[in-house]
Ligand binder design. Structure first.
Ligand code: NAP
Length: 250
């Protein structure tokens, strides 16, 4: 349940069609924000926007391939023209293309880096000007515990997610004087389309490494985003918040 504390704010959530991004978009709308739901196609983004409207919230779908720099730049221009501002940016769109490093193709490497890391740079670069102007903003980047500890078969994904953390800390330093915070969330194993293909034996092995003995739900990540997007977190920046049932403890 939301408390309306984001009323008057505009949020943009990438990867909003499914899984974690969908739960984040719905939560921020319950918190009172108008939410722009970004995913690859109009057809995939629209159901989340419709669910928000059915729940009494405000939302627009927006289709753009976040891995394409020029497309993101053009999207930011259109969005700022239509909505005037974006106060909360949640970079959640992501893919994995797993393979052992020695077998990994350039396409597998480049697709993950472009979608999971470079997209954060492009959205931040083109949307933060409006936050700077308003002297308030929140950037929340979805990383992963894999970006903290690495994983065999996921060198591309781990590098991208570690990059997201370093990127977040750097922009946190750059934007702090303008009252903009930037934080990363490192989810552990969350039940979504991304983790669904994993074989049962691997799921059981992962479960053994989670002290809370359960997989996370997209809503677990959404409530962390809701906090980091709010004024309740105004003295927190450059932080990495693990949402992982205790899987990785520093
Ligand atoms: P998911 O269910 O597979 O959803 C992925 C989302 O990203 C979809 O909305 C998809 O849009 C969007 N997307 C992918 N490539 C895109 C592109 N090129 N342009 C625009 N949108 C694109 O994934 P998830 O599990 O919710 O993961 C969300 C984020 O959390 C990812 O960054 C992931 O790395 C991270 N994460 C997940 C877990 C986990 O256990 N699930 C753990 C740690 C971190 P379409 O529907 O249009 O394809």
């Amino acid at each position: 349940m939301g408390n309306g504390e984001q009323r008057g704010k505009v949020a943009l959530v990438t990867g909003a069609s499914r899984g974690i991004g969908r739960a984040v978009a719905i939560q921020l709308a319950r918190d009172g924000a108008k939410v722009i739901c970004v995913s690859r196609s109009e057809a995939s983004a629209t159901p989340t926007a419709e669910a928000i409207r059915a729940d009494g919230g405000e939302s627009d779908p927006f289709a753009v391939d976040v891995s394409r720099a020029e497309a993101v730049q053009a999207a930011c221009r259109d969005i700022l023209e239509k909505h005037g501002r974006v106060d909360i940016l949640v970079n959640c769109a992501g893919i994995n293309r797993d393979n052992m490093c020695l077998l990994m193709t350039d396409d597998e490497w480049n697709a993950v880096l472009a979608t999971d890391l470079s997209s954060c740079f492009h959205w931040t670069k083109h949307l933060c000007r409006s936050m700077v102007r308003n002297r308030w903003g929140r950037v929340i980047n979805i990383s992963s515990v894999i970006g903290l500890v690495g994983n065999g078969g996921q060198a591309n994904y781990a590098a991208a997610k570690a990059g997201v953390i370093a990127f977040t800390k750097s922009i946190a330093r750059e934007l702090a004087s303008r009252n903009i915070t930037a934080n990363a969330i490192a989810p552990g194993f969350i039940d979504t389309d991304m983790t669904a293909p994993l074989p049962e034996a691997i799921r059981e092995k992962v479960l053994e490494q989670i002290p809370l003995r359960k997989f996370g739900r997209p809503e677990d990540v959404a409530s962390a985003v809701s906090f980091l997007a709010s004024d309740r977190s105004s003295y927190i920046t450059g932080h990495v918040l693990n949402v992982d049932g205790g899987m990785v403890m520093a």
